[in-house]
Design a protein around this ligand. Sequence first.
Ligand SMILES: [Zn+2]
Length: 224
Amino acid sequence: MFIGHFAVGFATKPLAPKASLGWLMLAPMFCDVLWPLFLALGIETTDIVPGYTAFTPLKLYDQAWSHSVVMVLVYALALAGVYFALNRDRRGALVVAGGVVSHWVLDVLTHRPELQLYPGGEHVLGLELWASVPGTVAVEGLLFAGSTLVYARTTEPLTRFGTVGFVSMVGLLVLVYAATVLGPPPPSWQLMMYLAFSSWGLLLWAHLFDRRRARVKSEATSEI
Ligand SMILES: [Zn+2]
């Protein structure tokens, strides 16, 4: 899954209003933040195999250090721990932990049965939504549209950048996703690795524009 992970970041903002969107995006993206790093270091490998799934030719059979159940639980605890140590926000820490785990849940939904339980384990998990392009786009598109709506309705811009930053991020993600769906397969896994590295910048971007937005107070809250 791709923009579905960003969707979790937007959707969880009302659950953890004190947490920066940068943290709330980093959590569900964390496995894919580590992935290009592990590829670059040779800890994990991947291949481009046309037709491997209908949606993507990426054969992701060796990503247990970034994506196996055991490692995802370790990352969830670690990231939530760092967040809590820095922010003393228990609610935010819980949402960060949940966000990391959500990556694994959404990837099990989409991948072929290639996800492992632990490094060195069998390739057993994957419900292969990627076998259907319309199915993948429908699920991911609905998740993304719903979550951006939630974020737009529960926060309001304090400055122009609060609007421009948010709208530009949504627009860029939609464009990249459309190019992924409609464009030719990537020429090499290295290109995918560099694209994944570039997503790190989006997390910083999310943090920056989120600081220029405030929580919308509900009518019930504002009357108190
Ligand atoms: Zn992933």
